[in-house]
Structure formats: structure tokens, C-alpha cells
Design a protein around this ligand. Structure first.
Ligand SMILES: C=C(OP(=O)(O)O)C(=O)O
Length: 312
């Protein structure tokens, strides 16, 4: 583990305070079971400059309540039972091998949220940089224990959860390898219910844990605000087209939006700085021209210390 207790390993790089925001394009099941769609979404995320794409991995027989299996529904592939549909949108090992190879080729990480312990074992066949706990799984102690045992970084999403439930999940997972994500689990989430200041509440409550943001809102501004408030990890659902079939598509970001999102996150993190007041070299010219009264510190002293913390 790193000597800085709020840095977490993500394979080839660390995420946490002082590091570039780790940006994840959540493909989830927006591929609709088509590998071609997954590849196009990986292309879009890599082109935008995301650090990772993410999937959701379920064992349908475990994750689907038995009384739902035989309920029929209309899908783009015709009328089928719910359990058949769950299989239709699930990738198996061959597909994930292809995804793994494709992501390596594109130089982008991938990982997933396992929704059951078999899915944890499945994902452990790959050298993923992290695992994610979906907000819906925060109370699943068995899953959390299985994830802790992997020794990997675990991103814990906290939508639809109380402070007590979050504290319990952190206890089960241990705080050494986790990253907490603020989230509101509504699709799409309303601005008034994003409560982004919870990012700072979590920072205070868990001083040794890096804090990120998993957004389900439409638009990009509020995700950028999360970064300005200190989120060190960002995840947004991504889609090829918001009009595509599927429950998560409408609250997802399309490729052009993703380019803007990554660009603006990078601009914001560059502008946040370290919080230490300095007079920059670039300010000396304007200072000479614009300041009429030098004040208590001679301009020569300021010039000598330009770019350094203000100690003169
Ligand atoms: C649903 C998920 O996460 P979140 O709760 O952050 O949306 C997920 O990662 O599968």
C-alpha cells in the first residue's frame, strides 16, 4: 500500500488526492449484449481520454428473483422470459477475453461491478485494476467479504444508503483498499437530489479513504462540480445513442459529451492547485503596471519569491 493513506492502486497508476481524477465510462449493460457495441463504447472512452471502462457482471440465476424468471417481456430480440433476457445481455468468458484484449490494445483499463460472489470469481480470472460495488449491493456482506479477499481496490458506491449502512459496509470491506463514491441512485437523478456536498461529508467521516462520484444525472455540469468539490474518481454511464433500447441509456453520456466531460475535468483539476497562496511570475508584469501602492512587502521581495508560497 502507498504511504499516503488516501491513494489507491488502479493497476498501472494510483488514484486519490494529488493524482489525476480517475475517469470511468460505465458501459454497464448499454452494450445490449452485442460485443460490437462494447467495442464502439471502448473506442469512444479511449478517444475521450477516460482511464477505464466498466461493465456489470451478474450470474443471472443468482441475481434474478426466482418468481421473475418466467415473466415474459418485449425486447429488441422478440418476446422472451426475463431470465432469458438477463442471459441475452450478459457477456461470458469468451467475450470478456476479447474485451480484455481490446482494452489492452486501446490502452484503457476495464473492470466491473460483480453482483454476486460467482461473478467475483469470474472477474478474478482477469487482472482487473479494481472491483466496484454497485449501490444496490452495499448491504450484501457476503459479496463485500469476497471482494475484500481479492486484495484489490474496491470502489464502493453509496446511493440509496444510510450513513449507518455505509459505516457497516466500510467495516466489512476494511478501509485500506477502498474508494467511496457518492451517488444518488435515480435514473436520471434530479439536480436538487444530487447533494454533492456529501462528497465533503464523506471526506470528513472517512479521512483515510479517497472519495469519488458516480453520477446518474443528465448533463455534465454537476459532475464537473463534483470534481471541483474534490472527487478523485468519476464514473458516468456512457452510450452510443441515448435513444437506444435499455433502462440506463437515457441517463448516459454520448461520445461527444464524453470528450467534453474529460476535457473539462482535466481543466478543472489543473486549475484547483494546491491551495497554497503564491504570487506567480506571470503576475509580476501586471503588478508593476497596475498596483499604485506597494503595501507592506516590497515588490522586489515578491519578485524574488515569485512562484513560491507567500512567506515574505
Ligand atoms: C449500478 C452501479 O453503480 P452505482 O450505484 O454507482 O450506479 C454499478 O456499478 O453497477
Amino acid at each position: 500500500m502507498s504511504t499516503n493513506s488516501r491513494l489507491r492502486s488502479f493497476g498501472s497508476r494510483e488514484a486519490g488526492p494529488g493524482r489525476p481524477v480517475y475517469i470511468t465510462g460505465e458501459i454497464g449493460i448499454n452494450h445490449n449484449g452485442e460485443l460490437e457495441n462494447a467495442f464502439k463504447l471502448i473506442d469512444a472512452a479511449a478517444e475521450a481520454g477516460c482511464d477505464a471502462v466498466k461493465f456489470q457482471k451478474r450470474t443471472p440465476e443468482i441475481c434474478t428473483p426466482r418468481d421473475q424468471w418466467d415473466i415474459e417481456r418485449d425486447t429488441p430480440w422478440g418476446r422472451m422470459t426475463y431470465i432469458d433476457y438477463r442471459h441475452r445481455v450478459e457477456f461470458g468468458e469468451d467475450e470478456y477475453r476479447e474485451i480484455d484484449a481490446y482494452c489492452k490494445e486501446k490502452g484503457i483499463d476495464w473492470f466491473a461491478s460483480p453482483w454476486d460472489t460467482e461473478a467475483v470469481a469470474f472477474l478474478e480470472k482477469f487482472d482487473v485494476p479494481a472491483h466496484k460495488v454497485a449501490s444496490a449491493s452495499l448491504t450484501d456482506d457476503e459479496l463485500l467479504r469476497a471482494l475484500r479477499a481479492t486484495g484489490r481496490t474496491v470502489i464502493l458506491s453509496t446511493g440509496m444508503s444510510t450513513p449507518k449502512q455505509i459505516r457497516h459496509a466500510v467495516e466489512v470491506l476494511g478501509s485500506e483498499n477502498i474508494l467511496l463514491c457518492h451517488a444518488t441512485s435515480t435514473y436520471p437523478a434530479k439536480a436538487e437530489e444530487l447533494n454533492l456536498r456529501v462528497i465533503n461529508t464523506l471526506e470528513k467521516e472517512f479521512p483515510n479513504v479517497p472519495i469519488g462520484y458516480s453520477g446518474h444525472e443528465t448533463g455534465l455540469q454537476t459532475t464537473l462540480a463534483a470534481v471541483a468539490l474534490g472527487a478523485v474518481f468519476v464514473e458516468r454511464h456512457i452510450t452510443l445513442d441515448r435513444a437506444m433500447w435499455g433502462s440506463d441509456q437515457a441517463a448516459s453520456v454520448e461520445p461527444q459529451g464524453l470528450i467534453r466531460l474529460v476535457r473539462d475535468i482535466r481543466a478543472i483539476e489543473a486549475s484547483l492547485g494546491d491551495g497554497v497562496k503564491k504570487v506567480y511570475n506571470s503576475e509580476l508584469g501586471p503588478m508593476k503596471k497596475l498596483r499604485r501602492v506597494s503595501g507592506v512587502v516590497a515588490e522586489a521581495e515578491i519578485a524574488a519569491a515569485a512562484g513560491e508560497p507567500v512567506t515574505v
